[in-house]
Design a protein around this ligand. Structure first.
Ligand SMILES: Cc1cc2nc3c(=O)[nH]c(=O)nc-3n(C[C@H](O)[C@H](O)[C@H](O)COP(=O)(O)O)c2cc1C
Ligand code: SF4
Ligand code: SF4
Length: 254
């Protein structure tokens, strides 16, 4: 079984490719009610492995994925080995250790952990933007090779993680991640500029059902995952996050 969360499509791509290589029949996307209220979920599997695929957020597990692992109802999870595949723009710090603790807290068994470098989607701080087209294309060229190698290792039960932790992983995950989650994940700065046509695409695309359409413009509410799907998917480049997104690019993988 593969369970994935994806904002802008990178992790969905990885989950799909892994599914093809491993001939997985159960591929579950976390979105909507099960994502914002995991106690309403009813997962069930007879598989001997469960592969969790999700993006890295600030060198850690996205809070919505954390909450899902903590609170979901999952029959058969005790008899499976849980494997992590996280996607990132650059590096993941100690995301794998954080994920292992979450899985162990449910008394589930952890197996290997992997990361796959994909085009960057984080644009909400000074100095952070999407990759230039050449770099994004290069990453998308390399990713299928990494995914195929991960699939081979999973199917042959090869021990050992493959992770791009980057520099200062413990500091990034131990200190920056909690600060980021507490102070930098608010949906309040989201707004639209004059380009907004009121098409509603952002509202329909939000995996948390966090956007409603007002008289013409979208309105953001309080259960945001900060996945940035609404920002990247807008055909008019009309979504802004305070002043942080001025002159920043968009990226989205279908
Ligand atoms: C809120 C947020 C935080 C992010 N933090 C990191 C990070 O710490 N390290 C990194 O390499 N990429 C980071 N990224 C980039 C994403 O992990 C990366 O682009 C990922 O592949 C996006 O997956 P998705 O398209 O499935 O949502 C971040 C993106 C977002 C939206
Ligand atoms: S997708 Fe863009 S143009 Fe359409 S309603 Fe949302 S912000 Fe406005
Ligand atoms: S409001 Fe935007 S950033 Fe927040 S969860 Fe929905 S699509 Fe993602």
């Amino acid at each position: 079984m593969i369970i994935f969360f994806s904002g802008t499509g990178n992790s969905k791509f990885v989950a799909r490719e892994l599914g093809v290589h491993l001939k997985e029949t159960q591929i579950i996307q976390l979105k909507g009610e099960t994502l914002y209220d995991p106690t309403k979920s009813h997962l069930k599997t007879d598989d001997k492995r469960v592969i969790w695929v999700f993006p890295t957020y600030s060198w850690g597990v996205p809070p919505v994925v954390k909450r899902f692992i903590n609170e979901c109802n999952f029959d058969g999870a005790n008899d499976a080995t849980h494997i992590m595949v996280t996607t990132c723009g650059d590096d993941i710090g100690e995301t794998a250790s954080q994920w292992r603790k979450l899985i162990a807290a449910r008394k589930w068994q952890t197996g290997c952990a992997y990361s796959v470098i994909m085009p960057n989607t984080y644009v909400l701080m000074k100095g952070f933007d999407v990759d230039n087209p050449e770099l994004a294309a290069h990453k998308l060229d390399e990713a299928p090779k990494q995914i195929s190698e991960i699939a081979r290792r999973i199917s042959e039960n090869i021990e050992g993680d493959i992770l791009t932790k980057g520099s200062w992983p413990k500091i990034k995950t131990g200190i920056i991640y909690p600060y980021f989650v507490r102070f930098c994940m608010s949906p309040r700065p989201f707004k639209t500029n004059a380009n907004c046509t009121g098409c509603g695409k952002c509202a329909r695309a939000c995996p948390m059902d966090n956007i409603t359409m007002g008289a013409k413009c979208p309105q953001w509410h309080d259960r945001c995952a900060l996945c940035l799907r609404c920002y990247h998917i807008c055909p008019s480049d009309a979504v802004e996050y305070g002043n942080a997104t001025k002159n920043k690019g968009q990226y989205f993988l279908e």
